[in-house]
Design a protein around this ligand. Structure first.
Ligand code: CP
Ligand code: NVA
Length: 324
């Protein structure tokens, strides 16, 4: 059973294929709408934490291809509390064709996948956020026309989003620099996993100097200083992180053509200023939109098969060729 739990589980070629498929689906959606590739299929969505983008983009992605999505709130499911994860997976998997879940513990999504008779998609855990990273890579790919060799600088808390970006950078041979305070830098095991995954292609630097991290970068990325589930640490983090704010002064150290990304929700005035979030280098909203397109490609791949997407990307390829 193929799941979408971690960018490290897929080959770089398959991830590139998904990005190309996402572009084709996006173009088709905007031009004429997508055909009902997932007609009659249902996605069960388990949420242990709040969400705007993940919930709505998955729901709309299913709708665009003729499928249905079912939202299951934390109150309803009580993952591992009201019922064991193994039982939930085995029951829900008999009603729906795929499960998307947002959990606290990463082990919980792995447990769901272990027992589920249908594909499981990771909609964020405390460890990672692979669907977000796919939308981010799609945004960067659209902007620069390539990923390999680009310099991605992540500034702030080395959290779940940073972990998935590291795996993405490793898969695509990007250069990644991370500027985080000591104590909030990526775990050595995560860095090691990324290095191994890249087969020596990933150049990664970790520093507590935000200026050093962004110098010459093509992409600057930040996220909240306090992730969901860490609310009791918010005050302490607010005292530590201000030097890591992405503001106009920091942006000056990046390449002139640099773009700024943030997975959102943003805490404006904390990790990012309004000036940057709403400025000419910001791609925050196209990035949020790309959740829809990237996830649609993942859903069609897992539920209808790669061939369906091959047809779509080939059509796109031949059109491009004709233009040349
Ligand atoms: N970026 C992201 O996952 O947003 P939500 O928490 O609103 O889903
Ligand atoms: N790091 C953030 C991402 C939200 C999409 C969190 O986990 O809350």
């Amino acid at each position: 059973m193929k799941h979408f739990l971690d960018l490290a589980d897929w080959t770089a070629a398959d991830l590139q294929f998904l990005l190309d498929a996402a572009r084709a689906l996006k173009e088709q959606h905007k031009r004429e709408g997508n055909p009902p590739l997932l007609a009659g299929k249902a996605l069960g969505m388990i949420f242990q934490k709040p969400s705007l983008r993940t919930r709505v983009s998955f729901e709309m992605a299913m709708q665009h291809v003729g499928g249905h999505a079912l939202y299951l709130s934390p109150q309803e499911i009580g993952l591992g509390k009201r019922e064991s994860i193994a039982d939930i997976a085995r029951v829900l998997g008999r009603y729906v064709d795929a499960i998307m879940a947002r959990t606290f513990e990463h082990e919980h999504i792995l447990e769901l996948a272990r027992w589920s008779p249908v594909p499981v998609i990771n909609g964020l855990t405390d460890y990672n956020h692979p669907c977000q990273a796919m939308a981010d890579l799609l945004t960067i790919y659209e902007e620069f026309g390539r990923l390999e060799g680009l310099h991605l600088a992540y500034v702030g808390d080395s959290n779940n989003v940073a972990n998935s970006l590291l795996m993405g950078a490793a898969q695509f041979g990007m250069k990644m620099s991370i500027g985080s305070p000591v104590g909030y830098q990526p775990k050595p095991a995560v860095l090691e996993k990324a290095r191994q995954l890249s087969r020596g292609r990933l150049q990664v630097t970790v520093t507590d100097d935000p200026v050093a991290a962004v110098t010459g970068a093509d992409v600057i990325y930040t996220d909240t200083w306090t992730s969901m589930g860490q609310e009791t640490e918010a005050e302490q983090r607010r005292a530590i992180f201000p030097p890591y704010q992405v503001n106009s002064a920091l942006l000056k150290h990046a390449a002139e053509h640099a773009i700024v990304l943030h997975c959102l929700p943003a805490h404006r005035g904390e990790e990012i200023t309004d000036e940057v979030a709403d400025g000419p280098q910001s791609r925050l909203f196209p990035q949020a939109e790309n959740r829809l397109h990237a996830q649609k490609a993942i859903l069609v791949y897992l539920l209808a098969g790669r061939e369906v997407l091959e047809d779509l990307t080939e059509k796109k390829g031949s059109k491009k060729d004709k233009k040349k």
